[in-house]
Design a protein around this ligand. Structure first.
Ligand code: NAP
Length: 246
């Protein structure tokens, strides 16, 4: 249970992030929903949480913007007086073969998926150090572990997120802060909705459990890593991928 905890989830307007926000709220956390462009969707997530008896607030900013992150994090810590859980979930894809990939597509994925997590960890960790407790969870990907043709930018960002996770885990452990990553495989969200039937079939054939996962599967792993019971786990990468990458 996460009763009394303040939890920030980036990119929680839809997909995996919105499920993590709902799950944390159902376990009693006050959830801070970050979003960038999808205001209506973020408001819907907030309404759903409140209708179920939970607490949620909305904070709009682009995670790749250092200054915007600093301003938002200061406002969040002022409003809640603490920050117990941070989930770096916001992410984008700009797929393409390496030799044709534009510099802009490479940079935008690194800025959002990797640098965005550095921004929030930088500001959240100051507060967590003062509290002498905290849970940081970074949503990486199996692409960051095994690589994936057509995703040089995304795989580099997600692999970088694992290095960031392990380094932050070592720097923050002495103050009771754990830092872990989750590496989802193929999860049914808008991010994977554009895949052709042929690619979906080929992907499912690589998954020992035989099907794409659900956002709820990732949310369950995040809830565990955020819980008191996970207090002796840090610097780890938990795969939620149906056995796709072992
Ligand atoms: P999604 O459905 O496309 O949702 C992406 C979320 O990220 C949205 O809430 C979006 O918010 C937010 N976001 C994007 N850019 C942002 C920015 N600059 N600032 C703040 N928020 C931003 O994706 P998803 O499938 O749920 O993926 C969530 C995470 O899991 C990502 O990190 C992704 O890489 C990772 N992942 C997904 C899969 C999969 O198969 N789906 C597999 C492995 C890892 P707005 O719409 O409000 O901008």
């Amino acid at each position: 249970m996460l009763k009394g905890k303040a939890a920030l989830v980036t990119g929680a307007s839809r997909g995996i992030g919105s499920e993590i926000a709902k799950r944390f709220a159902a376990e009693g956390a006050a959830v801070i929903i970050n979003f960038n462009g999808s205001k209506d969707r973020a408001e819907k997530v907030k309404r759903e949480i409140e209708a179920a008896g939970g607490a949620a607030a909305l904070y709009q900013w682009d995670v790749s913007d250092y200054g915007a992150c600093e301003t938002a994090m200061q406002a969040i810590i002022k409003e809640y007086g603490c920050l117990d859980i941070l989930v770096n979930n916001a992410g984008i894809t700009r797929d393409g073969l390496l030799m044709k990939m534009s510099e802009e597509d490479f940079d935008s994925v690194i800025s959002t998926n990797l640098k965005g997590a550095f921004h929030t960890i930088r500001f959240a960790s100051r507060q967590m150090l003062r509290q002498k407790s905290g849970r940081i969870i970074n949503i990486s990907s199996v692409s960051g572990i095994a690589g994936n043709a057509g995703q040089a930018n995304y795989a580099a960002a997600k692999a970088g997120l694992i290095g960031l996770t392990k380094t932050a885990a070592k720097e923050l452990a002495s103050r009771g802060i754990t830092v872990n990553a989750i590496a989802p495989g193929f999860i049914d969200t808008e991010m994977t909705a554009g895949l052709s039937d042929k690619i979906r079939e080929m992907a499912a054939a690589q998954i020992p459990l035989g099907a794409f996962g659900k956002p709820e599967d990732v949310a369950a792993a995040a809830a565990f890593l955020a819980s008191e019971e996970a207090g002796y786990i840090t610097g780890q990468v938990l795969h939620v991928d149906g056995g796709m990458v072992m």
